[in-house]
Design a protein around this ligand. Structure first.
Ligand SMILES: CCCC(=O)SCCNC(=O)CCNC(=O)[C@H](O)C(C)(C)COP(=O)(O)OP(=O)(O)OC[C@H]1O[C@@H](n2cnc3c(N)ncnc32)[C@H](O)[C@@H]1OP(=O)(O)O
Length: 608
């Protein structure tokens, strides 16, 4: 049963949702020990441990204060979309949605911290749907994990047409909040405990991975910001907009409401995007809003929006927010309080090929923004795949010797199709190694090209013997031959080390190798996962799968060749390439160099 409360908040008999003011707490949600939430009773002996842990957590620490608070719960808001929330086309304005999301996330954060909190950042958001006037938006939030002084709040937004009873997902977002310090001391947060459901546990562990990504993102942003400050040129496309912060724009602590700042940013970006396109592109995603410093009533906020680059079906608009109080305004000394990048797409009407006008740059600063938009697109793509953690249907096919011809053909054909894909984007290029990525809707592939000073046949011989791979690839702990069907098809069992605190993994691969049929054809070494009854799951290893991977080796002359490695990224492979895709690791380049060195050494003679 659900009761309606003011401002669209609801309180139901499963979750305490309205956190405004002193709402009576049902006994099962009380923070006292020994009580349980939902179906997760606290065992008596654990009860003592938790008590000890909590009292330790509650002790004040040097230079900080520690707050003891009730366990975190879902907070939920339902809003009926009114004309005042919508744009001129009757769609819910993204700015209004951002305000609701920020409010609801803040309430979850404040419940966990037991004190006033401020938004530090809101991560990338991908909007899957929009809402229309008359529909109902449901926005839920929950603290997934508290770190030291910051905590991650997960936000889920869905929309429902009440006549249809079908709820559609609008977006999932993650905000970071910190306790609002009363003085110079930072507030240390107690950890999130009593993770009952598998989903809560999953989100708790994923939160630290997401944190890693956002802190890495922060470094990238700061580098960009340093360049921006040092170059004081304004591109012709840059548009400025000013807002005066009035009392209705403040939050419940008297600072400028974060949701309002995001809504103004979205407005500035939308104006820049629609002026460029001459139509109304829709906001599809946002690259992290980072609240760098506070602003308050009376500040003038200047929003500088510029279209950085246009791609095949999207454009990126950068928005920078500068705040001035009266004195700063006179002295022309702004405070940089926020920056974000917003991605727009044209609505796809059937038969329409969306086309964006090309952006050209005329200044050095314009060029920097143009190029960094390309880099951000790649990082965004990587983060999307890393964070989506999609469950896949089983990818392995049963290995059956009687079906060897078909399986081998299938293996080689899949690699040939993968290699034939167009639109590979360069990710890193050095003298002898180049890494490329290719993305389609649900598909992410990587390609590593190496120039090797050895004959194509020599490289093929070494690469087609997978038992040699641990000698140059430190992603391989070991590789054992399981079954050699004939000269061309062999099944191997590979064990891989754990990465980034994950589990060790193992794979069972069918390797199919082919010599060129005619001059100019490449040598082929194709790999895909198979299931073999003689290799059951191994304790301590997570059985993982690869759908399509392998090498194409092109001869460039007697003693040189180009080796191209391809991999269609699956959830089992992703942990090993995630760092590369997001830009914090160079492991692919390092492995490629090790491979080149290995192929150029005359190992055949030493090993046989
Ligand atoms: C009703 C909705 C609520 C609102 O309207 S709030 C109004 C809008 N927000 C604001 O005005 C806040 C403005 N910002 C600020 O005042 C300061 O930046 C703020 C939030 C106090 C933080 O300042 P500092 O403490 O100096 O920041 P810090 O560098 O020491 O980091 C503190 C914790 O944050 C983390 N952090 C840094 N950059 C991050 C990022 N990009 N994304 C997520 N987390 C990030 C950092 O690791 C640290 O966390 P931890 O202590 O390791 O747990």
């Amino acid at each position: 049963m659900t009761q309606s409360l003011q401002n669209g908040f609801t309180l139901d008999n499963h979750y305490l949702r309205d956190l405004k003011g002193p709402v009576p707490v049902p006994t099962q949600y009380a923070p006292s020990l020994g009580v349980h939430r939902g179906s997760c009773p606290v065992e008596p002996h654990k009860d003592q441990e938790i008590k000890k842990h909590r009292s330790a957590q509650a002790a004040p620490l040097l230079g900080s204060c520690r707050v003891q608070t009730p366990a975190p719960m879902d907070v939920q808001m339902c809003q009926s979309i009114q004309p005042c929330h919508a744009d001129h086309q009757g769609d819910l304005s993204a700015g209004q949605l951002l305000k609701w999301m920020d409010t609801i996330a803040c309430l979850a954060a404040e419940r966990h911290a037991g004190m006033a909190c401020v938004t530090l950042s809101m991560d990338d958001i991908q909007f899957e749907e929009t809402g229309r006037v008359g529909q109902v938006m449901t926005i839920k939030s929950k603290v997934n994990r508290a770190f030291t002084t910051s905590m991650e709040v997960g936000i889920r937004v869905s929309v429902q047409d009440v006549r249809e009873h079908v709820e559609r997902l609008v977006c999932v977002a993650y905000s970071t909040f910190v306790g609002k310090p009363a003085g110079p001391q930072k507030v240390l947060l107690r950890p999130v405990e009593d993770l009952c459901s598998a989903e809560e546990q999953l989100q708790h562990s994923l939160a630290s991975e997401r944190r890693r990504l956002r802190l890495y993102n922060e470094q990238t942003f700061s580098t960009l910001m340093i360049v921006e400050r040092s170059q004081n040129k304004i591109d012709s496309l840059l548009r400025s907009n000013i807002e005066l912060v009035l009392p209705p724009h403040a939050n419940h602590h008297g600072n400028t409401f974060g949701g309002q700042i995001m809504a103004w940013m979205e407005n500035a970006a939308t104006v820049a995007a629609s002026r460029l396109c001459g139509c109304f592109p829709s906001l599809r995603s946002v690259d992290m809003f980072r609240f760098r410093g506070p602003s308050s009533v009376g500040d003038r906020l200047v929003f500088k929006a510029v279209v950085n680059n246009t791609f095949n079906n999207s454009i990126e608009v950068g928005v920078r927010v500068e705040a001035y109080n009266c004195e700063e305004w006179t002295a022309n000394k702004p405070r940089h309080i926020n920056s974000a990048f917003l991605i727009y797409q044209l609505a796809n009407t059937p038969g329409d090929v969306p086309a964006f006008p090309q952006v050209t740059y005329t200044t050095q600063d314009g060029e920097r923004r143009y190029l960094s938009a390309i880099v951000r697109k790649r990082i965004r793509m990587a983060r999307k795949h890393i964070l989506s953690c999609k469950e896949e249907a089983p990818l392995s096919v049963p290995w059956d010797k009687s079906n060897q011809v078909y399986l081998g053909y299938n293996n080689v054909a899949a690699l040939t199709v993968l290699a034939g894909k167009q639109d590979w984007e360069a990710s890193s290029i050095s003298d002898r190694v180049a890494v490329y990525v290719h993305e389609e809707v649900e598909l992410l592939c990587v390609q590593v090209q190496m120039e090797v000073m050895t004959s194509a046949l020599h490289a093929f011989t070494l690469l087609a013997d997978l038992t040699l791979r641990p000698l140059w690839d430190n992603h391989y702990l070991s590789c054992e031959e399981v079954e050699r069907a004939d000269e061309e098809e062999t099944v191997y069992h590979i064990k891989c080390p754990p990465i980034n605190g994950g589990k060790s993994r193992d794979f069972v691969f069918l390797l199919s190798k082919r010599q060129p049929c005619k001059d100019g054809d490449p040598y082929v070494v194709a790999l895909r996962s198979v299931t073999v009854t003689t290799v059951p799951p191994v304790e301590g290893f997570l059985r993982s799968e690869a759908k399509c991977a392998g090498f194409l080796i092109h001869s460039l002359g007697l003693n040189s060749c180009k080796v191209c490695y391809y991999n269609q990224v699956t959830s089992g492979v992703l942990p090993y390439v995630a760092g590369n895709l997001a830009g914090w690791s160079k492991s692919m380049e390092e492995t490629a160099s090790a491979c080149t060195t290995f192929l150029e050494r005359d190992l055949i003679t030493t090993l046989y």
